[in-house]
Design a protein around this ligand. Structure first.
Ligand code: AFP
Length: 341
């Protein structure tokens, strides 16, 4: 991982304003939106950190749009992010994992559409394992149509104007991109500010870590089974066997992949014929980050960010990470797809 470090402390707010000043015509609205997300992230981080000592852990008794039990912290995170975005009147609608349809905000004329996974990896909350929030921002098209419709949100990932995540781990970090590289900020709880910790991140072209839920091995395609066996074989020239790491929070697994290289896979399987992970608020934003750092992301055939979404909650298989690792797994899939035909 290559990064540029600066000895002077730069806060998220300062950094966003400095970045905006490089574009003389910028209205400042996207900057404001990113600051709103930063503020909500601090509030969520505070609640996540004290979750064990408040009464907020556990289920709230309802189920979300995917039929999963909703945990109290998921709802809290959802509310914080949506109300932060609503306050500044620049977002017209939000699509969140926690809400069935689109959530239309007060500003019907707002020019941004935001996708959210307010608390990804929530099954890890009760066991104190890292979780995260993911966001993905699109410009509304056509810009001056006063009607806000769900179809306006069905844009491919290549049209994202910004995306990022907050990881509530051993420290809380916020990573984002607007298409000009990836910047990472670490929350200093003593002053309540996100401080720039890395920018211009470049991930390794090849990494020695693979990340997949191996419990589903029996329901994978032959090519994927063979690839995972390849990862486990001994070959010092290619650093094999690779290490297996799987947290079960996509944000945390992708953050490790970004920093150390390697590959994260959530394939289609008998249980999840279209994959499990959500295209619009998990795969697209994390693919934007990984691509900006020099990595790649595909569904096995098509670049993730070029997939045309048909619905706001759609799922996709994903192979994401260092360029060479993803190339190799694609070779295995192609070879065995031909054999199976
Ligand atoms: P939860 O938010 O329900 O815990 O799901 C997390 C997640 O969407 C993603 O963050 C993980 O990578 C993936 O699911 C884990 O899924 P498996 O438990 O099937 O491995």
């Amino acid at each position: 991982m290559v990064s540029t470090k600066d000895s002077r402390l730069v806060t998220l707010e300062e950094y966003i304003i400095q970045s905006q000043n490089r574009f003389p015509g910028a209205t400042g609205e996207l900057s404001q939106l990113l600051r709103d997300i930063g503020l909500a992230a601090k509030i969520i981080s505070r609640e996540v950190n004290k979750a064990g000592i408040t009464n907020i852990l556990g289920y709230d008794g309802s189920t979300n749009v995917h039929g999963e039990s909703v945990k109290k912290l998921d709802l809290f995170a959802d509310q914080q992010l949506i109300s932060a975005l609503d306050r500044s009147l620049i977002t017209c609608m939000v699509i969140s994992e926690e809400n069935d349809g689109v959530v239309k905000l007060g500003s019907k004329g707002g020019k941004y559409i935001v996708y959210l996974d307010p608390l990804d990896g929530s099954s890890n909350i009760d066991v104190n394992v890292s979780i995260g929030s993911i966001f993905s921002v699109y410009m509304r098209e056509p810009r001056f149509d006063p009607t806000v419709r769900e179809e306006d949100a069905l844009q491919p990932g290549v049209r994202q104007v910004a995306a990022g995540y907050v990881l509530y781990g051993s420290s809380t970090i916020l990573a984002y991109t607007t298409g000009l590289g990836v910047s990472i900020f670490t929350l200093d709880p003593s002053i309540g500010e996100f401080i720039l910790s890395d920018r211009g991140i470049k991930m390794p072209e090849h990494g020695a870590i693979y990340s997949i839920n191996e419990g589903s091995y029996n329901s994978w395609d032959e090519g994927l089974k063979k690839y995972i066996k390849y990862c486990q074989e001994e070959d010092p020239d290619t650093n094999r066997p690779y290490s297996a790491r799987y947290i079960g929070s996509m944000v945390a697994d992708i953050h490790r992949t970004l920093m150390k290289g390697g590959i994260f896979i959530y394939p289609h399987s008998k249980k999840y014929p279209n994959g499990k992970l959500r295209l619009m608020y998990e795969c697209n934003p994390l693919s934007f980050i990984i691509e900006q750092a020099g990595g790649v992301a595909t569904d096995g055939q098509t670049r993730i960010m070029e997939l045309q979404p048909k619905s706001i909650h759609e799922q996709t298989p994903i192979y994401i990470g260092s360029k060479k690792n993803v190339q190799t797994v694609m070779e295995f899939l192609e070879e065995h797809a031909t054999v199976e035909q």
